[in-house]
Design a binder for this molecule. Sequence first.
Ligand code: UD1
Ligand code: UDP
Length: 382
Amino acid sequence: MIRILTVIGARPQIIKAAALSRAIRNHFKRDINEVILHTGQHYDRNMSQVFIEEMAIPEPDYNLEVGSGIHGVQTGKMIMGIEEVLLREKPDYLVLYGDTNSTLAGAVAGSKLHVPVVHIEAGLRSFNKKMPEEINRIACDHSSTLLFSPTMTGYHNLVREGFDPTLKPPFSIDRPGIYHCGDVMYDNSLYFASIARERSNILEKLGLVKNEFILGTIHRDNNTDIPERLNSIFKAIMEITEIFMGPVVLPLHPRTFKVLKKGLSNKLYSDVVNNSKIRIIDPVSFLDIIILEKNAKLIMTDSGGVQKEAYFFKKPGIILRSETEWKEIVDAGAGIVADATTSKIIDAFMELVEKDNIEYPEIFGDGHASEFILKKIIENYV
Ligand code: UD1
Ligand code: UDP
């Protein structure tokens, strides 16, 4: 029996972990035993526990309850906690997702204790090292033994950084193995789409009609913490409400909620909160966001996950960042990088809202990335 320790912490990691846990339960329970460690990076019910319950993720065996803090404090506490659990559990592999501080902490603790690190969502690069996530990704990839990239762009980035695609198992940190495997988030979106249709009543609850609203999410640190950017984005949203008939629904990350009043100018803040077409709501569950994504006319976001889900559900996306790791979406013409520039956001909106001939080629795999990853872990186990 192979013992893996999975680290989760931030919302998207909890969501991604659901796919692998489900595949273990359904196909590999005789081969793999999973222990789950939650760092506690995200802790509000609607940022964490709601996903564990709704997506049938096993309750974490450990919760470090690290909470929020500046990078060093938060990451440091996580490294200490993960190290302690690794020493106790002695897993065969440490499974890490994405690019958050929980990922970085796992990579440091695991590699120093010589526990082979499995990085899911490897190889993605924004080529913007001012993003904390870019540092976390690079550090994690270069501490890993098995690297699973969701896209060919990610795979090629790894090759360009010196990973050797011709190596064969058994892999190690000095002879790492790289794979292109598709996206575990796509596995989840396919699996939960019909469940969401049955169980979510978010459209009725918010009085929304298919294709007659826009969905938006904003949480990137440089959008929330740089007032010019935050103002510019909300100015664009205000203008879009003048052009578009329906509402703009914004399930806001707590980070964004907390800065809205202070970050926006007094006038814009008052205009935004008094605009009946701008519907600022708390973060919603995964089943609810799927329904919102599937039914929106268009999606504007700075989230990595929401950019992809927009694509999965064949919705055009305005990317509220200066670049994206999900280059294929832009290449397909399904997403426009508009940064936080009011005019670019409006132009992107005008272009995408009219466009009815976008093609969405299958670039995120076949919905079985999780099984592929687990098979490769088993193959590599000696
Ligand atoms: C983190 C990740 C980011 C990811 C995002 C997903 C890092 C460096 N960033 O950003 O890559 O896209 O998660 O959502 O790891 N807060 C709450 N309640 C919570 C969680 C957070 O109120 O349950 C507030 C706190 O004020 C906190 C702030 O949000 O200080 C930021 O949280 P943090 O986990 O540090 O970073 P995120 O912006 O969530
Ligand atoms: N998400 C959610 N409810 C929300 C907003 C987002 O369930 O109110 C989901 C979304 O569908 C996606 C994931 O959270 O699967 C993305 O996480 P987030 O935007 O926090 O982080 P990122 O992907 O940018 O790291």
